[in-house]
Design a protein around this ligand. Structure first.
Ligand code: PMP
Length: 438
């Protein structure tokens, strides 16, 4: 596959844009480097690059594009919003409509506030929890990603529960000291952390279903135990559902079938983003009324935004949720994901390539290993070289995946059986080539 235009554009981008990309996750650094593909156009399940190559897309822009690219209902909503004026700096009726849709789907959100990104949403839930509890520390789980604000760019030290160490230059050690990191799915480690630092812990924050070191389910009882331990300690529970809300069903983790009893896993605050903006920039956070009343102008916790609640993002979000509310939409994404994952597994097995797939409804992650992946340590203990090889083989056969061994594949409402057939054919050829390289 010829990608010389992408290569030239990358050279040019490097002259003007730091690292040539506007988010590090878009670089090919984790898969051996080189030029990322410069896409020119997208529609439905497909991408076309600057050289005219066609790809089937499973990146879905890291999650938001759950209805496929350029969905006509969303495009029409954005066009209408643009014609009516892009930004008012005043309240609009549209904001009420999306807020009501979110509240109906996520019952623990009595009150909502819109912001512009998942990062902002998470960052503010922490401020609100600190304002409410008058405590300063948060507990987070190793490998969960919560955006790029200082406090959550903190990694685990060694040991089951540790004060954090900065995961990025520019994050002061004093800030990392405000974060305690424990392994996901490990209630004993959480207990230990709360025993040690509990009096200072404002909130326990978690991706209740993990999307950032693969797709990882909470083990039965984990969220229930987490909520109980946090609440017994006087701490709030924050669910970061930036990836997961509206991903598996029309709602959030607290209403996801098959998990612990709904009443036992209710967070105090929830952070949202991605899907709820239908592809335009958005974030939102919400929670129990008396907690949310900490937020300005009602309360002392300040948070504002020039672009927050802009009519285009809100209209796209409403349109996206309208598409997702239709009967059978999630079942169909799951049906395709089952076909795809069963085919991938069989193909990898046939060629002796170690592969563990974590699938949750229409999303899944592929881990090049023979062990289960239930926490970050297990997700790290996989073969990055095999992933990089698979990624490149698939790309060269017209399949677009995220250039990271931790990211999910997302089915969308635009994918078809023909897409799955073509993807499985590409995978069979890729695994065969990888086996020959061994
Ligand atoms: N939280 C989670 C769980 C995420 O996956 C992400 C982004 N991948 C964020 C927060 C940050 O969202 P954004 O990139 O919109 O700032």
């Amino acid at each position: 596959m010829n990608r010389t235009t992408s290569e030239h554009l990358y050279e040019e981008a490097l002259q003007h844009i730091v690292g040539g990309v506007n988010s590090p996750s878009r670089s090919f650094k984790a898969v051996g480097g080189g030029a990322p593909v410069f896409m020119k156009r997208a529609g439905g399940s497909r991408f076309w690059d600057e050289d005219g190559n066609e790809y089937i897309d499973y990146l879905a822009a890291y999650g938001p594009i759950i209805t496929g690219h350029a969905h006509p209902h969303i495009t029409a909503a954005i066009t209408q919003a643009a014609e009516n004026g892009l930004l008012y700096g005043t309240p609009t009726q549209l904001e009420i409509k999306l807020a009501k849709m979110l509240k109906e789907a996520i019952p623990s959100m009595d009150k909502v506030r819109f912001v512009n990104s998942g990062t902002e949403a998470v960052m503010t839930t922490i401020r609100v929890a600190r304002a409410y509890t008058k405590r300063s520390k948060i507990v987070k789980f190793a490998g969960c990603y919560h955006g790029h604000s200082d406090l959550v760019l903190v990694a685990a030290g060694s040991g089951p529960s540790t004060l954090g160490i900065p995961d990025s230059a520019g994050v002061p050690a004093s800030i990392a000291q405000e974060v305690i990191t424990v392994p996901f799915n490990d209630l004993d480690a959480l207990r230990e952390a709360l025993d040690k630092w509990g009096a200072d812990v404002a909130a326990v924050m978690v991706e209740p279903i993990v999307g950032n070191f693969g797709m990882v389910m909470p083990q039965p009882g984990f969220l229930k135990g987490l909520c109980k331990q946090a609440h017994d300690n006087g701490s709030l529970v924050i669910y970061d559902e930036v990836i997961t809300a509206f991903r598996f069903h029309y709602g959030s983790t607290q209403t996801y079938a098959g998990l612990d009893h709904h009443e036992d896993i209710i967070p105090d605050l929830t952070a949202l983003g991605k899907i709820i903006g239908g592809g335009l920039p958005i974030g939102a956070y919400g929670g129990r009324k008396h907690v949310m009343e900490q937020v300005a102008p009602l309360g002392p916790a300040y948070q504002a935004g020039t672009m927050a609640g802009n009519p285009a993002s809100i209209s796209a979000g409403i349109a996206c949720l309208e598409v997702l509310a239709a009967e059978g939409v999630y079942d169909e994404m799951e049906r395709l994901a089952i076909r795809l994952t069963e085919g991938l597994q069989a193909s990898a097995d046939r060629h002796g390539i170690p592969l563990t797939i974590n699938r949750i409804r229409g999303a899944f992650s592929t881990h090049f290993c023979n062990h289960p992946v239930t926490n970050y340590d297990e997700a790290q203990d996989t073969d990055g070289g095999l992933f990089a090889s698979f990624f490149r083989h698939m790309l060269n056969r017209g399949i677009n995946l995220a250039p990271s061994k931790y990211e999910a594949w997302f089915l969308t409402t635009a994918h078809t059986d023909a897409d799955i057939d073509a993807t499985l054919e590409a995978a069979e050829a890729s695994f065969r080539a990888m086996a020959a390289e061994k």
